[in-house]
Design a protein around this ligand. Structure first.
Ligand SMILES: NC(=O)c1ccc[n+]([C@@H]2O[C@H](COP(=O)([O-])OP(=O)(O)OC[C@H]3O[C@@H](n4cnc5c(N)ncnc54)[C@H](O)[C@@H]3O)[C@@H](O)[C@H]2O)c1
Length: 442
């Protein structure tokens, strides 16, 4: 790294190796690992990753200072990454990547040895929370607490084996069934008691999150499960000074929504309805075919439009719009999802118009760079002394976590500004408000 400004002394340097651990070694995790290795070998480019490709403007426009983020902020370099995972299915990363069918043989073959060497650690897995998956690579323990302690040991062992100075965990495992906030999630004490009592309200993903936080490891949640988004674990993250973020990677259709909806609102155009449907044939699609898992996803997808459009503030434009989201499991398409959006908008003198979006996206191709960015930024945040919810990482999520009583920000462009301003702020640069003060009479 060639820093363009001095790194404040309060930020610890990225010395040594960073281990990135993913619960889940499926389509997203293998695409992320394979892509990272392929980039390290100069075979691919890190397209879609802000940490690798984006620049950040510093100072006034006339100063012409726009370094790459990775040259401005002390992030772990790709060469210093080690990868590990847990999965109930014992396939190594090569076999899992081949089964996922995202990447083609021409991209997997040159890195086959590397991928074959990544074998998943036994998972904390329970069929009750993800009904469509059965696997043999599963931990045994008398209580949920025992299982979580085994995860802690895995983290320590991984760190020692790979000579890592730091770890980051990104949840890339299946979407669990919908769980409501309950009393066992309210305080750390209640949560820890519930782990010992094998309470049903404690899902496997929460055990990974607890274990990570106890090991002072940042945790990012790529699925819509509650996981770390409960007061008990927020308390633990704050107590231990560890960053957390979530939920649900913002990739295909929802990402599009957070691009288009701010555009409608910016022009004060009304919305009568937004109908979204998808066909998807990968394992994630199969898991989401279970109504209980889909409910978790649906909640996450539905919240976006309301928060961006603010019907309370603009009732004439956005009150009572209809919002429908469907996901249909359709095996022939594999990971190559196709989404259709029909958007009924309303203009001047109430004249209706329609926008149609037909997005043929590759889910894991969009998610992989998000995993990389979240791991690198979470590790950076930790070294910079940040703890608890990292709202500046909302950019990457469909259901961003926010402090109690606050609405999360969904508008992609506000999220981007917040992300870059946080980096500027941490690095001791002025935040950019895009307010050209020179236009004002003094
Ligand atoms: N691809 C995207 O664009 C996208 C976007 C948002 C969210 N997500 C979420 O990311 C997650 C991963 O997606 P995917 O396409 O890789 O799915 P996938 O089904 O290919 O992989 C998930 C893996 O997690 C494993 N798993 C399930 N429960 C586990 C547990 N308790 N511990 C460890 N491993 C466990 C499964 O065996 C499977 O191998 C899903 O929850 C999905 O909803 C993906």
């Amino acid at each position: 790294m060639t820093p363009t400004s001095k790194t404040p002394a309060s930020i610890k340097p990225a010395t040594g190796k960073l281990g990135i651990l993913t619960p889940g070694l499926g389509a997203v995790a293998t695409t992320f690992i394979a892509g990272s290795e392929s980039i390290r070998r100069g075979l691919s480019k890190p397209i879609g990753s802000l940490t690798q490709m984006a620049t950040v403007r510093l100072g006034k426009r006339t100063e012409n200072r726009s370094p790459l983020i990775k040259d401005f902020v002390p992030l772990a370099s790709l060469d210093d990454l080690a990868f590990g995972a847990w999965d109930p299915i014992p396939d190594d990363a090569l076999t899992a990547a081949r089964k996922a069918g995202v990447l083609e043989a021409r991209d997997l073959d040159p890195i086959a040895d590397f991928l074959a060497g990544i074998k998943p650690m036994p998972a904390v897995f329970d069929n009750k929370y993800v009904t469509r998956i059965n696997g043999s690579n599963v931990k045994k323990g008398a209580t949920k607490r025992d299982l979580a302690e085994q995860l802690r040991q895995d983290m320590r062992d991984f760190k020692a084996k790979h000579g890592c100075s730091r770890l980051a965990v990104v949840w890339c495992a299946s979407t669990e069934v919908f769980i409501k906030h309950g009393p066992t999630h309210a305080t750390l004490e209640a949560f820890e008691k519930a782990m010992l009592a094998n309470d049903e309200s404690i899902a496997p993903s929460m055990l990974y999150a607890w274990a990570a936080l106890m090991e002072d490891v940042p945790f990012a949640n790529g699925a819509p499960n509650l996981t770390v988004d409960i007061p008990a674990l927020l308390q633990l993250a704050n107590d231990r000074g560890v960053p957390i973020s979530g939920k649900d990677f913002k990739t295909g259709q929802t990402w599009m929504k957070t691009v288009i909806a701010p555009g409608l609102k910016a022009r004060m155009l009304g919305l009568a309805g937004w109908y979204s449907t998808n066909i998807l044939g990968n394992r994630d699609g199969e898991v989401l075919d279970d109504p209980a898992s889909f409910k978790t996803k649906e909640e996450s997808k539905l919240s976006v439009l309301h928060t961006i459009l603010q019907p309370d503030k603009y009732p004439e434009l956005y009150k009572d719009f209809s919002h429908v989201v469907r996901i249909n499991y359709y095996p022939p398409r594999g990971d190559n999802k196709e989404g259709w959006d029909n958007i009924d908008i309303v203009g001047w003198m109430n004249y209706p118009m329609q926008i149609k979006v037909n997005f043929l996206c590759r889910d894991s191709i969009l998610a992989a760079p998000i995993v990389l960015d979240l791991a690198l930024f979470s590790d950076f945040a930790h070294r910079a002394g940040m703890k608890g919810i990292q709202e500046w990482l909302s950019f990457y999520y469909k259901s961003p976590m926010a402090a109690a009583g606050l609405q999360p920000e969904h508008d992609l462009f506000i999220q981007q500004t917040k992300l870059k301003n946080t980096l500027r702020h941490l690095m001791g640069e002025e935040q950019i408000t895009h307010l050209g003060l020179e236009y004002y009479a003094t």
